[in-house]
Design a protein. Structure first.
Length: 656
């Protein structure tokens, strides 16, 4: 039997340490590593060791009582949402870790929502109970935010100290001694409470099964085997969400957590059915020794070394089969549904690639959100310039949640990510590929426009022997919602054959406004008079004349500087709302409204891009990492005069 599980949750909720404890408990490791000293199995990259947070999804294959469990330890930090969603797609169920100390956090709800959208069964594991926290208060919080929560485990206390667990559904109690369970009797002072939760849990399960409900209402006895079967089906269908307790620090409940994985969570066959092979690459990673490694989930069927699968790019042969345990690859003779494959030297594979035999199946998919943080990147040395393009290709292949673009206006290369840490680790990954870059805030793409109507002339006349050059254009500019060009010439003072050249001259001049050389938007250009010469007039002469007219008239039309305004949707805990609103006001932000999403406040606002270039860092500091936001360009608005003057001066100095 195989279980493939994504371990997700808020950053700092103890996922990696729990995964490490489960690996140790099941004999996959001789001693437990620590996040603090970079010795855990799943956090093995230089970036993870340096930042002490999970950056990529780690694969932990566990063997427990003859069953194989693939545990995907996903990052909790919102910056690495691409890894989180990839792990969710590859799993049959989501186990959401919640710290007993911190309770439900934004990462808890974010992970829960992604699993819900993918239709994945879910459960909760409460961690760090040995460090404190009110389990029963947390239970109520989980119920109010996540839905039909059902406690599978309750804490066992002796003399006010947490010493073990109560198995609610199977009516057992264990105290733990050096990580090993010892059957014990239930303390008298907890009997009433446990009985209450047990009855509630049984009734919640029975209500999901018509046959059991009918028998229960008629006063018949519900057998434990039937109850367990109904429990499994209810979890598989998302009708109930069990809550377990697992302590990596005190080594309490690890066996009961693994038992619950096997009892409650669905098998690959239950999720995806039977049939021919179906696999999908959910993660790419470049290893300095093995090259490009593709991580793929086998949803259905069986594979053996040497088999060939189909893809959109043609046949893909798998000469060897491997799975991963952290950074190590373990060779497999064959793989069955649920296996997480690690395929080295995967130059022909890419993230999201679908592989199959027989008829092409439907694969799960989760859309990535748009990135919100940006930085201008540049190679540190000339030697890095030639290598940057290939290194970026590898980086974007490995992490599609990053986005790269060249801004032709500013000449900068812009890398977009989900936050400052995401961009910083991207920089570190490029260094791993042998390319060192710098990150800095990008230049603001300002615009210019006009505020009033003005008219004027542009005349280009040049005589240099032979044919001369002659163009004469009278132009009217006025504010307009968008660009509009109007040809008002009558009587043939300018032949219509020069219309296109005149408009081209206007557009060319509008690429650099008269204030600071930024592109001009929001104007109507009307050509109402002019003159021409039968011999000396030409397309080029009228293009130059129109350009001169535009510069002359724009200077008289009340030119102003515009800045890009972005709409933000900010998700924060209720107790942080005041700090967020105050900070937005200091950034010339405007509050558009407030709403609520579960336990979180949702603030809609707009603010100038110049004020929010590093908002990811600011929001993280204001909320201790519990906030999140989305970003979308809205419109351009006039820059306040004192700030506009500063921008114009800086632009003048930079171009002089």
């Amino acid at each position: 039997m195989i279980r493939t599980v994504a371990l997700v949750g808020h950053s700092g909720s103890g996922k990696t340490t729990l995964g490490e404890a489960l690996l140790y408990f099941t004999g996959g490791k001789d001693r437990m590593g620590k996040v603090e000293d970079g010795s855990t199995t799943s956090d093995y990259t230089p970036e993870e060791k340096a930042h002490r947070v999970s950056v990529r999804t780690g694969v932990l294959p566990l063997v427990y009582q003859g069953h194989r469990i693939y545990l995907l330890d996903a990052p909790g930090y919102a910056d690495f949402v691409g890894e989180i969603r990839g792990a969710m797609e590859a799993a049959d169920a989501a186990v959401v870790a919640v710290s007993a100390e911190a309770g439900v956090q934004i990462g808890t709800e974010r992970a829960w929502t992604v699993a819900e959208r993918l239709g994945a069964p879910r459960m909760v594991v409460v961690t760090k109970l040995e460090k404190g926290g009110d389990f029963f208060a947390l239970l109520e919080d989980l119920r109010s935010t996540l839905g039909p929560i059902l406690p599978a485990h309750l804490p066992l206390y002796e003399g006010g100290k947490w010493v073990g667990l109560i198995d609610v559904l199977h009516d057992r109690a264990f105290r733990y001694e050096q990580g090993r369970p010892v059957v014990t009797s239930l303390p008298e002072d907890q009997r009433a409470s446990v009985e209450k939760y047990r009855n509630e849990a049984r009734e919640a399960i029975i209500e999901t099964d018509e046959g059991l409900l009918e028998k229960y209402l008629e006063g018949g006895e519900v057998e434990e085997v039937a109850l367990s079967r109904a429990f499994h089906e209810a979890v598989r269908k998302g009708q109930v969400y069990p809550v377990a307790i697992g302590s990596s620090g005190a080594l309490i409940g690890l066996d009961m957590l693994l038992d619950l994985f096997l009892e409650a969570l669905p098998s690959p066959v239950e999720r995806w059915g039977e049939g021919s092979c179906a696999a999908k690459v959910f993660k790419m990673q470049v290893d300095p020794f093995m090259g490009q490694v593709a991580f793929a989930r086998l949803y259905r069927g069986k594979l053996k070394a040497g088999d060939t699968l189909q893809s959109d790019n043609g046949p893909v042969r798998l000469p060897h089969l491997y799975t991963a345990k952290g950074k190590d690859l373990l060779e497999l003779e064959e793989a069955e549904a649920g296996t997480i494959l690690a395929l080295p030297k995967a130059d022909t594979l890419h993230k999201g690639m679908e592989l199959w035999t027989g008829e092409r199946p439907e694969f799960p998919s989760a859309r990535l959100p748009d990135p919100v943080a940006m930085a201008a990147i540049a190679p540190e040395s000339r030697g890095d310039e030639s290598k940057l393009g290939e290194a970026l290709r590898k980086l974007l292949e490995e992490d599609p949640s990053l986005r790269f673009e060249r801004n032709p206006e500013t000449g900068e290369q812009i890398l977009w990510g989900m936050g400052d840490l995401h961009l910083e680790t991207a920089k570190e990954r490029l260094a791993d590929y042998g390319v060192k870059i710098t990150l800095r805030p990008p230049k603001i793409p300002y615009r210019e426009t006009i505020r009033r109507k003005a008219e004027g002339q542009g005349k280009h006349k040049k005589q240099s022997g032979g044919h001369g050059q002659y163009g004469d254009v009278f132009l009217r500019l006025e504010p307009h919602e968008d660009y509009q060009f109007v040809w008002e010439i009558t009587g043939g003072v300018i032949p219509t054959k020069y219309t296109e050249s005149v408009e081209m001259g206007i557009k060319e001049a509008a690429k650099q406004g008269v204030l600071a050389g930024f592109p001009v938007i929001g104007y109507k250009a009307s050509v109402y008079h002019g003159s021409y010469h039968e011999v000396d007039s030409s397309d080029m002469a009228f293009q130059i004349a129109a350009s001169l007219a535009f510069k002359t008239v724009m200077a008289q039309a009340g030119p102003v500087l515009l800045e890009p305004i972005y709409t933000l949707k900010i998700f924060v805990p209720q107790d942080r709302v005041g700090d967020i609103l105050s900070d937005l006001q200091s950034r010339r932000g405007r509050i558009l409204g407030m709403d609520q999403d579960g336990a979180l406040a949702v603030i809609s606002a707009e603010a100038p891009l110049a004020e929010i270039l590093e908002y990811s860092r600011t929001l993280s500091g204001l909320t201790q990492g519990t906030g999140a936001y989305s970003l979308e360009h809205s419109h351009y608005a006039e820059v306040p005069p004192q700030l506009a003057q500063k921008v114009i001066q800086e632009r003048s100095q930079a171009t002089s």
